[in-house]
Ligand binder design. Structure first.
Ligand code: SF4
Ligand code: SF4
Length: 321
């Protein structure tokens, strides 16, 4: 049963792809953290990482398109051995593409990653960093002991390199709720973050994006353990906002997995909702798909999609309305 699909039908809405503007590549599930809300179930013991051969195939496909943005996510994308190679190859493409690194901040301080922040700055990579609160208690509860202090140290280092200060080095932060509730209004939270981080730590950044936790993977397990899954689903469904549909990220983002599989979004990726042909018998990889045949494709949905359409909506670029 897909209650989201039914809800769209009731509203007389359809969810189809528009022009692809972002290639979001999830390069693997390896991460130095094990956050409570993680929809990827990422962690230090995960073995799934994108190989150089797959990176080459992704880049070759991208080179045939004009998709302007490459968005690297994970896990901690920086932990794959060929992370820098990936960025160097994107940088060689014409026309030039914007590159985003979804960074958990603490990775910038880990042994073995010295010079990583400097590399990102030199390559003009935009950083979108997770920072679920401006207070230590909430950050450590969600992401682990010591993560708050590490995040502050990393943000200061990024500021020193010009991130969040210079126009060509954007630094955006991501807020997601620490429990089963919707984010507060994005503009208000951004103002709070800017005030608190500047006052107490001298940190500046560009924008704050609020993201709703989707009831899948580790967050779904957390809800189930606390007997809150049904209640949370109810909250999301009751907050359905049809005005969010047009801006949903699955409309302009192509999601690619560590083996090159293709999906409508990173959430569908974690739920194995891979694109296919011939009634599901032939699973598709990025290089199986003609870039010109993606527009207007029907998007695969499920109950989890209510997480993107609740309230002000949610996407990798924050609230939608
Ligand atoms: S939420 Fe991000 S930082 Fe935390 S475990 Fe998942 S991938 Fe790693
Ligand atoms: S989870 Fe969100 S982004 Fe993904 S297909 Fe559903 S509505 Fe679209």
């Amino acid at each position: 049963m897909n209650r989201f699909f039914d809800r769209l039908a009731t509203e007389g809405l359809e969810l189809r792809r528009a022009r692809a503007e972002i290639l979001q590549v999830n390069v693997g599930k390896l991460c130095n953290l094990t956050c409570m809300h993680c929809h990827v179930n990422a962690g230090p013991k995960r073995k799934e990482i994108m190989t150089r051969e797959t990176i080459d195939r992704v880049i070759d496909w991208l080179a045939k398109t004009k998709i302007p943005i490459v968005d690297l996510t994970g896990g901690a994308p920086e932990m794959i051995p060929d992370f820098r190679y990936f960025i160097e190859r994107v940088r060689m493409l014409q026309p030039r593409r914007k590159v985003i690194d979804r960074c958990n901040l603490t990775i910038l301080l880990e042994r073995g990653y010295e010079g990583l922040a400097e590399f990102l700055a030199a390559k003009k990579v935009e950083i979108i960093a997770s920072m679920p609160c401006y207070s230590p208690e909430n950050v450590n509860a969600q992401r682990g002991e010591g993560v708050f202090d590490g995040s502050i140290t990393a943000l200061r280092r990024l500021n020193r390199l010009g991130y969040g200060v210079a126009g060509d080095l954007p630094l955006h932060l991501i807020y997601n709720p620490v429990g089963p509730f919707l984010p507060a209004p994005q503009a208000e939270l951004e103002a709070d973050y800017k005030r608190e981080l500047a006052t107490h730590f001298g940190i500046v950044f560009n924008k704050l994006y609020t993201i709703t936790n989707l009831p899948i993977a580790r967050f779904a397990a957390f809800l189930r353990r606390n007997n809150k899954l049904d209640e949370y689903m109810e909250l999301l469904m009751n907050a359905f906002n049809p005005a969010t549909i047009e801006g949903l990220m699955c409309r302009n983002t192509i999601s690619v997995g560590w083996r090159g599989e293709i999906y409508d979004c990173d959430f569908n990726q974690q739920l194995d909702m891979q694109w296919s042909r011939n009634g599901g018998s032939h699973s598709l990889f990025l290089w199986d798909v003609d870039p010109d045949e993606i527009d207007n494709r029907e998007i695969m949905t499920g109950d989890h999609c209510f997480g993107c359409t609740a309230g002000a909506g949610s996407s990798c670029g924050g609230a939608l309305v």
